[in-house]
Design a protein around this ligand. Structure first.
Ligand code: ATP
Length: 391
């Protein structure tokens, strides 16, 4: 049985937080708690005495404000004066997500409430050159960073290779952003986080790395494929705490660096951002077989997306078609040819990051995958409906 609860914690949509038990159609109010985001908690955790601590920790999530203002200043210093002023005078200044600079177009700042035009003057080649001259080298994935910050500068090139556009994403270390997953990671669960681009996956695994290294004194090694978890430069950002970080010279080498991390540095936990290929999925499953706690992200919206993705299905045990005998098929009341999980999943838990304010936890990932393959998605659909209601 898929088992989780949706907890409404969003002040604007639900001033009085409530537990939703979708499969039981039950809504329980939580009195006298002061939450800001809303999240989804596995029902398994609700019975634990530690759960009240877990809830209170959600509200203690915080940003290290001063350091962040300094780092945001370093990103803004890439911009021409007028644009910089436009950002800093905006009421959502501290929540800036990205600045977009495209040659010949008006520059945009993206805030949670929407896009804002920073200047009526179109971006010139000079503006782009001024910005790129202040960042590190662009790697083959067209990403660069600013040393000892978590910002990501991504370039768009023309056919001749010249940079004609930049997306300057603000990176933040949000201490406490993984608090709602604390009980799972503390107990040694291997976690696979999935979600669409920009939803906050990297921010959460950075905090998990810090939490495991600092609070639970684990030997944590981050395999940092685009330097997004530990930031640009050779000295990692303070946001990863005592976790160590290995850089990856080229995206294609992520799987090799993963194996090297295990063989050379005796980690208890490996943290990886963006598992995207079959080779990387294979390397992750090799690591899982060696009993190392894995915390990783992959693109996808639901666990079902992973199950249906030939490159990544291995992460959740793989899928095979099995032909049943007549007797077994009629006992199970299914067709003779069915889909089954091929082997154990590399991760014990799955976390779907739905938005910056919601996540859905699958505490028993294998059970979720088995339910998906058996076509038992009823509980999932109910939850989706409830979430739409929650927004
Ligand atoms: N809880 C949060 N509150 C406010 N801002 C957040 C939060 N989580 C992430 N962000 C911001 O959202 C942006 C995207 O976050 P992040 O890079 O972690 O997403 P992602 O899912 O890893 O993206 P991608 O898949 O594109 O790498 C960043 O600017 C980050 O600072």
């Amino acid at each position: 049985m898929l088992s989780f609860a949706l907890v409404h914690l969003h002040p604007s949509s639900s001033p009085n937080p409530q537990f939703h038990f979708p499969h039981k159609n039950q809504i329980l109010p939580i009195q006298s708690l002061n939450f800001s985001p809303f999240t989804v908690i596995p029902t398994k955790l609700l019975s634990k005495p530690s759960f009240s601590r877990l809830l209170s920790s959600v509200s203690s999530s915080s940003l290290v404000a001063d350091d962040f203002q300094v780092e945001l200043g370093r990103l803004l210093s890439l911009l021409p004066e007028e644009m910089r002023r436009g950002v800093s005078e905006h009421p959502e200044y501290s929540n800036l997500i990205e600045v977009v600079m495209d040659l010949g177009r008006k520059p945009l700042a993206r805030f949670p409430s929407g896009d804002f035009i920073l200047s009526d003057q179109p971006i010139t080649l000079g503006d782009l050159q001024q910005a790129t001259s202040q960042v590190g080298d662009f790697a083959v994935d067209n990403r660069a960073g600013i040393s000892r910050t978590l910002h990501r500068i991504s370039a768009i090139r023309n056919r001749k290779g010249a940079i004609i556009g930049l997306t300057c994403r603000v990176g933040r270390a949000i201490s406490g952003s993984a608090n709602s997953l604390r009980d799972l990671v503390k107990d040694g669960a291997s976690l696979l986080l999935i979600g669409p681009p920009g939803v906050g996956k990297t921010t959460i695994i950075r905090d998990i790395a810090r939490m495991l290294a600092n609070d639970y004194r684990k030997r944590v090694m981050i395999v940092d494929t685009s330097n997004e978890i530990g930031g640009d430069g050779d000295i990692p950002h303070a946001g990863i705490g005592n976790a160590r970080r290995m850089q990856v010279p080229h995206n294609d080498m992520q799987h090799k660096v993963l194996i090297e991390a295990v063989e050379n540095h005796m980690p208890q936990v490996i943290v990886i951002d963006e598992i995207g290929t079959k080779l990387e999925a294979m390397a992750a499953s090799t690591i899982a077989q060696r009993g190392i706690q894995l915390v990783a992200t992959a693109h996808g919206v639901t666990i079902e997306n992973l199950v249906m993705n030939p490159a990544l299905e291995m992460l959740v045990g793989g899928v095979q078609s099995v032909t049943l005998g007549d007797e077994e098929a009629s006992r199970r009341r299914v067709q003779k040819s069915v889909l089954e999980r091929k082997g154990p999943s590399s991760f014990s838990c799955g976390v779907e990051i739905i938005s910056k304010a919601e996540l859905r936890v699958h505490p028993d990932l294998e059970a979720t995958v088995d339910a998906i393959l058996a076509g038992l998605l009823l509980a999932e659909k109910d939850v989706t409906q409830n979430m739409k209601f929650a927004r």
